[in-house]
Write a protein that binds this ligand. Sequence first.
Ligand code: ATP
Length: 276
Amino acid sequence: MTRLFSDIIVTRAASNSAGFTAAPPGADRLAVKDVNFWYGPKQALFNISLTVPEKSVAAFIGPSGCGKSTLLRCINRMNDLIDGTRLGGHILLEGRDIYAPGLNLVDLRRRVGMVFQKSNPFPKSIYENVVYGPRVSGVRDRARLDHLVERCLKQSALWNEVKDRLHASALELSGGQQQRLCIARALATDPEVLLMDEPASALDPKSTQAIEDLIFDLKRDYTIVIVTHNMQQAARVSDTTAFFYEGRLVESGPTEQLFTHPREKQTEDYITGRFG
Ligand SMILES: Nc1ncnc2c1ncn2[C@@H]1O[C@H](COP(=O)(O)OP(=O)(O)OP(=O)(O)O)[C@@H](O)[C@H]1O
């Protein structure tokens, strides 16, 4: 049995000033270990363990309500913002537990960027949207910010469409362009991991294709986790896939294997459209 979401590698090393460690050689970028999660009394995730290799795309799939987005939001501690939530287990970024006491949350969210289903640009210019995070972190140098804007908009394949109107409102962009702008904004803080919660589900086929092409390009530099309802999309963009059902991880592995030779009957029923 080949497993890309392989056994968890937990290695301790001296932490840097931000409370994180350098990646031990061969470590997965991200590891979820025995995670249980509750919204108040309701348990939404049960004993989830998986790993995501560096510079790859992992897709989370499964029927509505199975916990995909909940797990994604645990990876940058977005669920902390909801009263009454509780997590058991560990989520390791470069071998370091992101739920460890004293962890710097601002730094975590810089390192683990997030793109949502519905694009959410700020009501500011294109330029100001991209530089928002770096500005908050204190970057003031104009030349540096200009350079950053160009780099991030190029990385998000938006530069050619907006380079002549960087100071126009972001709200004037099309839905697909706004989503690419949100990706550029997420890239501006130099994340290592990008979380994407159904990033193309509100877009037309052409914009969806643009986002999928972009994900393919971005994995050269970033580790990406995408939640999607669209199984063709998971098959097209991801290297590994994890199938969830009712808060449990049913099966995970290389995408091609999971879609062609699923180990579990439940996975097969889902990917062949028998339920969900
Ligand atoms: N803020 C919340 N408070 C209470 N329960 C929640 C909250 N958010 C999600 N849940 C519950 O947790 C479970 C998992 O939800 P989640 O949104 O993670 O599923 P999902 O697989 O992403 O679904 P979808 O594909 O419909 O987005 C569901 O039963 C849902 O009702």
